[in-house]
Design a protein around this ligand. Sequence first.
Ligand code: FPP
Length: 252
Amino acid sequence: MSNIPDIASKDGGALSMGGPGPRHVAIIMDGNGRWAQARGRPRLFGHHAGAKRIREVVEACPKLGIEYLTIFAFSTENWKRTQTEVAGLMSLFRRYISKEMTALATKNVRVRFIGDRLKLDEKLVKLMDNLEVETEGNDGTHLTVALNYGGRDEVARATKRLARDVAEGQLNPEDVNEETLPRYLDTHVLPDPDLVIRTSGEARISNFLLWQSAYAEYEFIDTLWPDFTAAELGRLCRKFGRRDRRFGKVKT
Ligand code: FPP
């Protein structure tokens, strides 16, 4: 029997049960802009609605056996949006981290941030740092927020640190391999994602967790992020449980 409960679903478990669910789920929360536009509202209205969906999804994780949840909040490419949208998103992140995220902290959620903090404003970085410290003793869901994150940028920053270690004699070039390189990535303390979900019907990964997702299963779903629910996450986890993951091997 599956260990993935049929949360918030009225299908009575109609989907057949399979193996274990994903331990680490990563989500590209896309479609906020279109959700707002469909309602004749500005794009930021969609981002606010999107932010409100996060809590339900985080709270569903323990019930679904998800230990790690990583969400893509702002990419290294998102700076190319209008100044109004970027400023609105930054202000949303500040507000969200100081209120909503702090509420999650009391629910045993451990919060981490990945991405390049150097380009973010000091006030925001301080809130991020504080929340990481405030939640470091929590042992419930590991929530990682990718903020000013890009997979290529992460690999470039990691390579720079690795090259410094080689130059200083801390690392032998012969020891650079698939085990040692990821220790320099922002995600060094996280397991690789098992399931990557992208909402809004786009089938691309947009520079998200490039190294880490080498063997992830992907789900591209039409739902716009502000309409995403815990029930839909449960359905995707059950579907994941029925997948045959071979990691390059053949079925025996
Ligand atoms: C993509 O939708 C979404 C973003 C670039 C921002 C994601 C942010 C949130 C979900 C809200 C805030 C998050 C936190 C952690 C507080 P889009 O704008 O590209 O939508 P579109 O493709 O329909 O235009």
